[in-house]
Structure formats: structure tokens, C-alpha cells
Design a protein around this ligand. Structure first.
Ligand code: RRO
Length: 352
């Protein structure tokens, strides 16, 4: 390791909050994961911190065959975010199992393998290839990649297509390994897609993938990305992501959610937990601050402790509780008070 390598103070004790989180039948020691596509398969992060300290490492979506992806440029900065148009570049499942998953398993990290395909059959084959693989903690089924040539392949935009993929993956995956469906925000009603995935056998939901976006270079007066359109990520999308987590948790309160979209700090992560996420993925911010996942973990733990939570699971969906009633103090026994105001509740009217 270079002397210049920055290692956060991970030896620092976490506050006494039980951070254990359950996602389907799997238990993770803490709720902070990497986000798919932002840290390959974790090796690049290892120079900054021990990846075993994370809840899990979510790998870049892998397909059956190697794939070179879309034309360059593949990234463009946008206000408080970025666009990517990678196009599922990757080594294919065989090389992934041999090099990437094997490395994560040897390292002792919990691997959440993201899979992507062009057909139900592709997904089924990928699930079969993952069966029995050491280190596999969970499968994230990417049915929402925005960077495919054929928009018909965005299975997450149609409840029937989404359930076909999830059913095939669930059928071909070890029972003890949770299957999560990764949803797209680019739909009219995300709860409908979420319900279809759960009815098809998904144990949980990853919410959300990037939003379909576009930028035009005003010098060349051409699209900024080689692939023309791309996936928008970063803090710009956080309110959309929090809204989606909120809606999915409201519709399916018993279904675990892995929440993501523009998380940079522990308080950002707390927003997702309060909206209904049992765990979070830290993505785009890693490009500028590779230590972010471990920092977010510490910040989230402190934020939970400061708010009096002894267990993270008590905070999951906490923002959905009914607004507390504001009870005015007892009238002054001397009897010279102004008349009491009518009882009113604290909080905003609109979401009641
Ligand atoms: O590879 C990509 O271009 C990509 C994927 Br698979 C995805 O799920 N989301 C995204 O923004 N980019």
C-alpha cells in the first residue's frame, strides 16, 4: 500500500447501536453496501478500507458473455450528479466467477452479485451459474439498466416482463440466498412493479437504478455521451429515490428494501432508512471519495444513536408513523391563562 493511501479511522469504535439488518433470509452485520457499477467487485476499494467492514459489496452487473459496452464518452458531469452510459461493460460470468467472486470470497466479504440479461433465459442461466458459489450472500437482479439499445429490455418498466425475470431467477437460485429486484424510477407507479416482483418471488427490492437522462455539449452541439442517453445518478436524484423508497415501503411494509440514490453522508442514509430502507448502497460519491461507504456507516451509526435508536431496525420506516398529537400544557391552576388553543397535530398535512 502506498504511503499516500488514505485509510479512514475504521478502528474507531461505533456507537452502541445494533446495526444488524435482515434482507430476506440473510443477516448482514451492518446496513451499508456499495452500489452496483460504482466499485467494480470491490478490489479497487481495498486500498482504502477493509471491504469486510461493509454490510456487503454489490458488484457491477454481470452478463453471460463478455461485453465491451457503449461508445465513448461514457460519462458526463451534471449539476449535483453525473450521467453514465457504460452499457453493461464486463468480462462475462465465467471470468467474473473465476476472478471477482473468488476474490471477494477469499477476502471474506459478503458478495451481492448483480446480474443482467437480454432475455428471461439469460437471467435463468446466470442464476444457475451462481448456485453454490462461495461468498455469494445475495443476488440483485438488474432489470432496470437504462443503457440498453432496446428499451423493450428494461424489464422493470413492465410488471409482466419484470415478474417473468424474477420468477426465473428465484427458481434457479439457492433457497437460502435472497433475490432482490432492482427497480427503475422511470415508471408511472413504482409500487405496481414492486408488487409484481414480490409476487413473482423477490425477497426484497433495490430502489432505485439511475434515471434516464441526457446532456448536449454546447461546443460540439452534439449529445455529450457516445450512447446519446445515459443514467443520471448522484445527489441530484436523492429526492426521487427517497420518494420511491417511501412509496414502495408504504405499499409493501414487510418487504425489505436496499435503498440507493445520491447518498453522500450518514444523514442521507438515515433519510432512506426512515423512508423504509433496511440497508443502503453508496454509489456515485465513491468516485470522488473512495472511503465514503465506511464514513457513511460511522455517520449513520452516530446519527441513530443521537436520535435514541438502539437498533437500526427500529428506525426502518420510522417517518411513516402517524404524526404525534400536540398536547398543550395543563391550564394554569391560578386560572389567569389565555384560553387554550384547539388541539393541533405537529407535521405536514399532505401525507396524512
Ligand atoms: O452499465 C451501465 O451502463 C449501467 C447499468 Br448496468 C445500470 O444498471 N445503471 C446504469 O446507470 N448504468
Amino acid at each position: 500500500m502506498s504511503e499516500l493511501t488514505v485509510r479512514p479511522a475504521t478502528a474507531q469504535a461505533l456507537p452502541a447501536v445494533d446495526l444488524t439488518t435482515r434482507l430476506g433470509d440473510a443477516t448482514f452485520p451492518n446496513p451499508v453496501f456499495t452500489a452496483s457499477g460504482c466499485a467494480a467487485a470491490g478490489q479497487e476499494l481495498e486500498q482504502f478500507f477493509d471491504v469486510r467492514l461493509l454490510g456487503g459489496v454489490v458488484t457491477k452487473s454481470i452478463m453471460l458473455a463478455p461485453r465491451s459496452g457503449r461508445p465513448t464518452p461514457r460519462m458526463a458531469e451534471t449539476p449535483s450528479g453525473m450521467l453514465n452510459s457504460i452499457g453493461l461493460q464486463g468480462p462475462g460470468i465465467d471470468a467474473f466467477l473465476e476472478h471477482d467472486l473468488a476474490w471477494l470470497a477469499a477476502r471474506g466479504a459478503r458478495a451481492v452479485v448483480s446480474i443482467a440479461g437480454g432475455s428471461v433465459e439469460d437471467y435463468a442461466k446466470l442464476a444457475m451459474r451462481l448456485r453454490g458459489q462461495p461468498g455469494l450472500a445475495m443476488v440483485e437482479v438488474n432489470i432496470s439498466c437504462p443503457n440498453v439499445e432496446d428499451r423493450g429490455q428494461v424489464f422493470a418498466c413492465d410488471p409482466v416482463a419484470a415478474s417473468g425475470v424474477i420468477q426465473a431467477v428465484r427458481r434457479n437460485t439457492d433457497n437460502r440466498v435472497p433475490v432482490f429486484a432492482k427497480l427503475s424510477p422511470d415508471v408511472t407507479d413504482i409500487a405496481t412493479i414492486a408488487r409484481a416482483c414480490v409476487n413473482a418471488g423477490a425477497d426484497g427490492l433495490s430502489v432505485i437504478n439511475t434515471l434516464l437522462g441526457m446532456a448536449i455539449d454546447t461546443t460540439t452541439m452534439r449529445p455529450a455521451l457516445g450512447g446519446v442517453t445515459g443514467g443520471l445518478s448522484g445527489p441530484a436524484i436523492r429526492p426521487v429515490a427517497v420518494r420511491c423508497v417511501w412509496q414502495v415501503h408504504q405499499a409493501l411494509p414487510e418487504v425489505p428494501i436496499l435503498g440507493m440514490g445520491g447518498i453522500r453522508t450518514g444523514l442521507d442514509a438515515l433519510e432512506f432508512v426512515l423512508a423504509g430502507a433496511s440497508a443502503v448502497s453508496v454509489g456515485t460519491t465513491v468516485f470522488g471519495d473512495p472511503t465514503a461507504p465506511i464514513r457513511v456507516l460511522h455517520e449513520l451509526a452516530h446519527a441513530l444513536a443521537q436520535r435514541g435508536f438502539e437498533r437500526i431496525e427500529d428506525a426502518v420506516g420510522f417517518a411513516h408513523r402517524a404524526p404525534e398529537l400536540y398536547i398543550p400544557e395543563e391550564p394554569d391552576p391560578v386560572g389567569d391563562d389565555e384560553p387554550l388553543p384547539a388541539r393541533r397535530s405537529v407535521g405536514f398535512e399532505e401525507d396524512r
